[in-house]
Design a protein around this ligand. Structure first.
Ligand code: GSH
Length: 216
């Protein structure tokens, strides 16, 4: 009997991304909340597990892994009933990887650049240059969704769960995506994924925390 545990904080987009992947794959997982607002990630017991002190962190029978997208790949490879969520075909998998890296290195980075200073550094407004930067990245996402129904294929993959977790955070802040019709359509589909409501609840908490610090 496997014991799978996810150290998780629902406000965190990456953490919700890993959980969405687990929900999509349909693997039962025990959730252990690490409250980042209370700095619980710096407790000694957690540091022993993950010296980088970040969520999400997975513990699969003492095999410990962090980085949300690495967790999603591992869960899909190890527990996926089929290869829908993370295709085995080399080229299909390469496109999923490309989208995952796009999220990790570009989309999520742009979202973080906007939200982190507002949440933690006393910033009270979003600079136009950061807005333009995120919108240019969103135009690429919109283009990916021109060709396929989901971000990497005509069926959902772990690239969707990861990117949807990032997007739901910025949408909860009130981001305007009216000029990105493909993203609007795809988000509606994402809301039907397993675990989507749970994700929306966490994203709402994130959005509220950011919005409360923005000068109106
Ligand atoms: N690239 C990482 C990002 C993880 C990350 O930065 N997590 C943040 C919350 S969004 C965290 O745990 N911060 C607490 C800390 O670093 O002490 C991933 O995708 O898992």
């Amino acid at each position: 009997m496997s014991s799978l545990k996810l150290y998780h904080f629902p406000v965190s987009g990456p953490s919700r991304g890993a959980l969405l992947a687990a929900r999509a794959i349909g693997i039962p997982i025990q959730i252990e909340i690490v409250n980042l607002f209370k700095k619980e990630q710096l407790q000694e017991s957690f540091l022993k597990l993950n010296p980088q002190h970040c969520v999400p962190t997975l513990d699969d029978n003492n095999f410990v892994l962090w980085e949300s997208r690495a967790i999603a790949c591992y869960l899909a490879d190890k527990y996926g009933k089929d290869d829908q969520w993370y295709p085995k075909d080399l080229q299909k998998r390469a496109v999923v990887n490309q989208r995952l890296y796009f999220d990790s290195a570009s989309l999520y980075v742009k979202i973080r650049a906007i939200c982190f200073p507002i949440l933690f550094l006393g910033e009270t407004e979003i600079k136009q240059s950061l807005k333009d930067d995120l919108n240019s990245t969103l135009s690429f996402l919109n283009q990916f969704l021109e060709k396929t129904k989901w971000v990497a294929a005509d069926h959902p993959t772990i690239a969707d769960t990861s990117i949807y977790a990032s997007m739901s955070s910025i949408l909860a802040v009130g981001w305007d995506i009216s000029s990105f019709p493909n993203i609007q359509r795809w988000i509606k589909d994402c809301l039907l994924l397993p675990g989507a409501q749970e994700n929306e609840d966490g994203a709402r908490s994130f959005g509220d925390a950011v919005k409360k610090n923005i000068k109106q």
